[in-house]
Structure formats: C-alpha cells, structure tokens
Design a protein around this ligand. Structure first.
Ligand code: ADP
Ligand code: MG
Length: 324
C-alpha cells in the first residue's frame, strides 16, 4: 500500500477541535492560558523492546502507553501524540495495519489523546517512535528533583511482573528477539500477558498528585534504578522496606533473592514512584480513597538506597535495565 493511502486509511481518524491534525506539513496545537507544554518521545524496536511474535494491536497499544506514562510521571494531562512508523514490507498488510492502528487508537482513547501527525517510512526493522504532548499548569509539573528528607516513598502498583513475564518466554534476554517457542507468549497466564503487553499508564493518579508529591518518576527501568534517579537529582537517599513492595503472587512465591531481584530490577511495569510528606499522603488518601498507593519506604539524609527486610539491612545487587 502506498504511503498516502496507508496514512489516510489507518492513521487519519482523529480531529482536533482547537487545532490541526494529520494532513498538513505540521500539526497545530492551541495551548490554553497559563499552561506549559510537556513533551516526550520513546522508541520501540521489534526484537529489542518486544518479541517478534507480539500481536500488532499490543505493539500499537504499548508504544502509546509508555509515552503516556512519561507524561503521567510529570503530572501532565496528555493531549496528543505523533507517530513515526518505520515499516518492513512484511508488515505492510491491511490486517497488520488495521490491528496496529486499533492498538494505537485504543491506548489514545483511554486517556482522551489524539493522533495528530507522524511520519511513515519503509525499513528493514519494525520501529515505532511516538512523541507525546501534554499540558500542565505553569510551574506545577512534578519532577525527579524535589524529594525531601522525611518524605514517604510510594508506588502505584506491583513491580517486577512484566520482567517476570518476559523471563518466562525468553531463553536469553539478549538473544534474537524471538520467544523460546512460537506459542510461549500466548501460553502465558492472562495477567502476565497483560502486564507485559498492556501496561496501564497512571495518568489520573499522576495528575491528582499535583500539589501533593514533591518528586515523581515512572518505573520503566526497575524500581531501584528509577528511584535512584529521584535520589540523585534530589540530593537525598532512601530506605526501602522490601516486604512492603507489592508483588504478583507468582513472584511473591519465589525465594527471597529472586523475588527481590524482580522487585528492584524488573522494568517495564510503568507504575509511578513518588515521594510526599506524611501529612500530604494522609490528605491525599482521604480525598482519593479509591486510588491505590503503596508506602514502601522513606527519604533520608544519607545518600544512596538502603534496603531493609523486616527492619534488618540487606545487601543486594541493584542493576535495572541497561540499554548498552
Ligand atoms: P511531509 O512530507 O510534509 O513530512 P508526510 O507526507 O510525511 O508529510 O505526511 C503527510 C501527513 O500525514 C502529515 O500531516 C503527517 O503528520 C501525517 N502522517 C504521516 N505518517 C503518519 C503516521 N504514521 N501517523 C499519523 N500521521 C502521519
Ligand atoms: Mg511537508
């Protein structure tokens, strides 16, 4: 299918009420008064960020979700995305494109986000780059740099599940990008498949934490590494209570070293990690009783990450995902 037919047929569904979307040289966004533009981009490469067997719908969904998660981590309200699609000819089929675009639009609809432009090229390797834009009231974005001594460290949900799922289907993490058998992905239990392929960006929680959280990050590379970014950028340390970290039952059933490995180093869950004062936490919980928050530690003056298990210090290697 030609580039323009492909764009018209699969990626031109959305219209902006207050701007211009797909079809001109650029999209146009009209920012509201007193808002700042918050913008991020993330690339997914076949065989590197998802196994080659992954269904087109899941690829489209996750490519959007990981970007919305970055916006959530700043407390931003997502507005729109751009999609740069590098497509092998094997994937240029009506079936693949309609499922992929449905995944893109399903993730967009979850957060009232519009696809307003992009780029489409032929490539040997399926590569999806999404740029996401959102808005935040001037000066109110939550960054990694504001953690204060005495803050409670919280996360929004279980960590380690996606990397545990990936571990079940791969023989070798740095292998050829295929699952160990053609059906390994399909055979995963549903909740593991969802954790790996359909992460929920914590957009509502992120926005609601404005005015409460001092610092925030989304957990894409592992709790230890991502919390580590908050600590180094805030010039503080933290104490983590390992037994308070919420885990999937299958991970909880593992021997401690393996369990803690997934909890601390497992990436790709896209939960939020944030810090706030005890008083603000109590207020937040009273006002948002349905939003799940897990208290897992405290910000302290001593630099670095101290790990405790039932109040006893534990020494564990913390690595997180290494891209290179
Ligand atoms: P140009 O040549 O001026 O860069 P293109 O021909 O690449 O423009 O794109 C035409 C229009 O289609 C533009 O509005 C662009 O944003 C949009 N577009 C191209 N590829 C995609 C895509 N994969 N998803 C959404 N919009 C796209
Ligand atoms: Mg042009």
């Amino acid at each position: 299918m030609s580039e323009f037919n492909l764009i018209n047929q699969y990626f031109s569904r959305h219209r902006l009420d207050d701007g211009l979307g797909v079809g001109d040289d650029c999209a146009i966004i009209t920012p509201a008064n007193h808002k700042q533009l918050v913008i991020c981009t993330d690339t997914l490469i076949a065989g590197r960020h998802f196994v080659h067997e992954t269904a087109a719908h899941a690829i489209g969904y996750k490519a959007v979700a990981v970007n919305l998660s970055d916006l959530a981590a700043m407390g931003a309200t997502p507005h729109s995305i751009l999609l740069a699609l590098s497509l092998p000819s094997t994937h240029n089929t009506p079936q693949w494109l309609s499922e992929f675009s449905a995944g893109i639009y399903d993730a967009c609809n979850l957060c009232n986000v519009k696809l307003i432009g992009g780029d489409t090229t032929k490539s040997d390797v399926l590569t999806i780059t999404i740029t996401a834009q959102g808005f935040v009231t001037h000066g109110l974005a939550i960054t990694r740099a504001g953690a204060k001594i005495g803050d409670v460290v919280c996360i929004s949900g279980a960590v380690g599940t996606a990397s545990f799922a990936l571990h079940q289907i791969l023989e070798d993490l740095y292998g050829d990008g295929y699952a160990k058998t053609p059906t390994a992905l399909d055979e995963l239990p549903d909740d593991l498949k969802t954790a790996l392929q359909y992460p929920t960006p914590q957009v509502v929680l992120g926005q609601k934490l404005i005015g409460y959280a001092h610092s925030m990050i989304d957990i894409s590379d592992g709790l230890a590494q991502d919390l580590g970014h908050i600590l180094s950028q805030s010039g503080v340390g933290a104490r983590l209570d390992l037994h308070k970290i919420p885990l999937h039952p299958l991970i909880n059933a593992l021997p401690n070293p393996q369990k803690w490995h997934y909890a601390l180093n497992g990436g790709d869950d896209y939960e939020l990690c944030f810090t706030l004062s005890k008083e603000k936490l109590a207020q937040f919980k009273a006002q948002n009783p349905t939003l799940l928050i897990y208290e897992i530690g405290e910000i302290v003056a001593t630099q670095g990450l101290q790990l405790l298990h039932q109040n006893r210090p534990i020494n564990l290697p913390t690595e997180g995902w290494q891209h290179f």
